[in-house]
Design a protein around this ligand. Structure first.
Ligand SMILES: [Zn+2]
Length: 213
């Protein structure tokens, strides 16, 4: 673990960045959906490779995209709680408000999926001492990531993932987003990324049964 991660975990508590696995496994995660323009294309691609993933959804997106939400479940992927509305200011409004807000995201997932999410991922990866206390009370750890490619800030191209591919280890959680309006470059690169992972013997699985810890 990097020194930065050691220090941040000391201050804001432990989290999952990888999941110990006996198999050679990678956990792709897609944040900020579901939506009608990109999520179905990501689902098609995952199906093509027989790959499973975890979708950290924004609760308020569910109702307008019920078909897509249901398809995520039917295709055998996991659902994570990425909050009800992707607020970032809530982290500075006290522990009670923060806890209620996390539960709102969890409750809407339970309402429409009939089950619990696999865990919470804070918007923009914000972790605070208050979040640490809430997670501890729930006997949970937030689900973060080992690798990110800033795919909402710049094109996710082959060049970007190939350069850092050697860093990927079994059990790593990878952060991507299913929010690309112009998804062609993203999907083409994701296609070759998944193919390379498979060629290197990695299985792509959905996160399950890690929370409560
Ligand atoms: Zn997000």
């Amino acid at each position: 673990m990097s020194l930065f991660n050691i220090i941040s975990d000391y201050i804001v508590g432990p989290c999952f960045r990888n999941i110990t696995s006996n198999d050679k496994t990678i956990y792709l995660t897609f944040d900020d959906g579901p939506n009608s323009y990109c999520t179905p294309k990501v689902l098609d691609l995952l199906n093509k490779h027989n790959a499973k993933a975890t979708f950290f959804i924004v609760g308020n997106n569910i109702r307008e995209n019920m078909n897509v939400f249901n398809r995520i479940l039917e295709d055998g992927h996991s659902i994570g709680n990425h909050s009800i509305d992707h607020s970032t200011t809530i982290f500075f409004k006290g522990k009670t408000a923060l806890s209620k807000w996390i539960n709102q995201g969890e409750n809407i997932i339970a309402k429409y999926s009939g089950g619990a999410s696999v865990g919470f991922r804070p918007p923009v990866g914000i972790r605070t001492p208050e979040l640490r206390l809430i997670m501890k009370q729930k006997s949970e750890k937030p689900i973060m990531w080992q690798h990110r490619y800033y795919d909402t800030k710049r094109d996710f191209t082959n060049e970007i993932w190939i350069r850092r591919f050697h860093r990927i280890k079994s059990g790593d959680i990878i952060l991507l987003h299913d929010t690309h309006k112009q998804a062609d470059v993203f999907l083409a690169s994701l296609d070759s990324f998944i193919q390379k992972l498979n060629e290197d013997g990695f299985q792509l699985k959905a996160i399950s049964n890690i929370n409560p810890i």
